[in-house]
Write a protein that binds this ligand. Structure first.
Ligand code: BES
Ligand code: MN
Ligand code: ZN
Length: 498
């Protein structure tokens, strides 16, 4: 897909489809007013009859019948002007792009980069319009062999602006790079587990690293044994797919500057293991590697954007399967840190593999550690599908992630991580157990990880509720969201040298 900037007055712009935004109003205003005049009051009539009111995401298609060089105008509602935000602009851009795609148009132009947003720069605006458009047009078609010609695809989008501007161009370029990274994450997650194995993830990581100038190293099972990654190996034991430990390093910051460490759960299929999950919806557990996908794709975006920070991504990748060799409830395993873990449920495997990733990460003496994982069903009970759970041991890091959440539109919500919760993870025979009971399942899972995060500044993102889109949102089609990539990029942008 090609997306570019074009400086031209929209009344003179020739296109099959022109997207124009309108705030909630009783009459035609701004660009819409100009169009209204050319169309002899047609839009005024729409407003009067309440056929279009400018409500957020509302659309209305108009044929201009030769009265404008644009054959069609698609009105997109922006909602109340006073309540308008960058996230709403992103949604309006997504919603209108999808509407154009559904019409079957291959090319269109949008005027949304000319909309004003309070407290936002022209960079923020063009980036949001770009992200909204590209992300909304994502389609996962790898496995469709029938009727492929019926798949609708937009291949050209022009952002119409009044005049050329470097910041607007930068917003477009960054928006493209970030969206590309999100596409890659969505692809990895949408691929079924018989494609997206730990080996596949490691191959993808190597390919991405090569293209983006990132260092990449893959540890195999023998390396894990040598490093005594007993928790990761216990989870991998039941699977015939060899586990992989993916290490990616991007050095955009000063030499010797401590890196930000990202650890992502790369569980390519979670059957639950011997603590087998019910078969209903088990197919969803192909997305249990979404934290890993975010870790791979966020570091890619950081490299493509040339962010001035050092970043390391660690992705423990394995399946969780039952077999005669699988770890069993009641087993005690020794993690890489030396701590012993009593396995209460083999289905609480995410925290096990992340424990060893966090210990491995100590060697980097990171300035901050962020892990992402589809860790607990409990976070869906707590927050539903609208926010990622956030917990950690450092106030400043948590605040910085919250800010990044607001900016990126990938919202997070903090849960407490008081010491009292640690009680629930106490084992009678080992240092810790991997399940702390039903109450506060998301928090006790984080409390478990905290034990392995050592003395580093650390935050944990539970993305189990935000990883998958069930209905389709303006710029998130049904399926993998690619959650965490944009959040992490926004966070990495805010990281200062120490
Ligand atoms: N991968 C799951 C968590 C999950 C659930 C992700 C639903 C996405 C949607 C995780 O490994 C898991 O099974 N967690 C258990 C933990 C329990 C055994 C303490 C859970 O949440 O039930
Ligand atoms: Mn599980
Ligand atoms: Zn899992």
């Amino acid at each position: 897909m090609k997306i570019y900037i074009k400086a031209e007055v929209f009344e003179k712009h020739k296109t099959g489809g022109l997207v124009v935004g309108s705030f909630e109003s009783k009459k035609a205003e701004g660009l819409v007013k100009v169009i209204d005049k050319r169309l002899n009051g047609l839009i005024s009539k729409l407003f009067k009859d309440k056929d279009f009111e400018g409500k957020l995401k509302q659309t209305r298609l108009i044929y201009t019948q030769g009265k404008l060089p644009a054959e069609r105008v698609l009105l997109i509602g922006l909602g109340k002007e006073k309540e308008f935000t960058i996230e709403k602009l992103r949604q309006a851009s997504g919603g209108s792009s999808r509407a154009v795609k559904d019409l079957g148009l291959k090319k269109f132009s949008t005027t949304l980069a000319q909309v004003k947003v309070k407290n936002a720069s022209v960079y923020d605006i063009s980036k949001a319009v770009t992200e909204g458009a590209i992300l909304s047009l994502y389609d996962f078609t790898s496995y469709r062999t029938e009727k492929r010609e019926e798949i609708k695809r937009v291949d050209e989008i022009a952002l119409l602006i009044e005049k050329e501007n470097r910041e607007i161009k930068k917003g477009l370029d960054d928006g493209i790079k970030i969206s590309e990274a999100v596409y890659l994450a969505r692809d990895m997650i949408n691929h079924p587990a018989n494609t997206a194995t730990p080996t596949y993830l490691s191959e993808q990581a190597k390919r991405i690293a090569r293209k983006s100038g990132i260092k990449c190293k893959i540890l195999n099972k023998a390396d894990m044994e040598r490093l005594k990654m007993g928790a990761l190996l216990a989870v991998a034991r039941g699977s015939d797919e060899p586990p992989k430990f993916i290490i990616m390093e991007y050095n955009g910051g000063k030499k010797g500057e401590p890196p930000v460490l990202i650890a992502g759960k790369g569980l390519t299929f979670d059957s639950g293991g011997i603590s087998l999950k019910p078969s209903e919806k088990m197919e969803e557990m192909k997305h249990d590697m979404a934290g890993g996908a975010a870790a791979i794709c966020a570091i890619k975006a950081a490299a493509d954007l040339k962010l001035p920070v050092n970043v390391v991504s660690l992705i423990p990748a394995t399946e969780n399967m039952p077999s005669g060799k699988a770890d069993k409830p009641g087993d005690v395993v020794k993690a890489m840190s030396g701590k012993t873990i009593e396995v209460i449920s083999t289905d609480a495997e995410g925290r096990m593999i992340l424990a060893d990733a966090l210990t491995y990460g100590e060697r980097y003496k990171p300035k901050a550690v962020i892990d992402l994982a589809t860790l607990t069903g409990a976070v869906i009970i707590a927050l539903g599908h609208h926010a990622t759970g956030l917990l950690g041991n450092d106030k400043d890091l948590i605040e910085a992630i919250k800010k990044a959440g607001e900016k990126s539109g990938e919202r997070v919500w903090e849960l407490p991580l008081w010491e009292e919760y640690e009680e629930q993870n106490k084992s009678d025979i080992a240092d810790v157990k991997n399940v702390g009971g039903r109450p506060a399942g998301t928090i006790t899972a984080a409390a478990f990880l905290k034990k392995f995060a050592g003395k580093f500044k650390w935050a944990h993102l539970d993305i189990a509720g935000t990883v998958w889109e069930y209905n389709g949102k303006p710029y998130v089609p049904k399926g993998a969201v690619g959650v965490g990539v944009r959040l992490l990029v926004e966070y990495l942008k805010s990281v200062k040298e120490s």
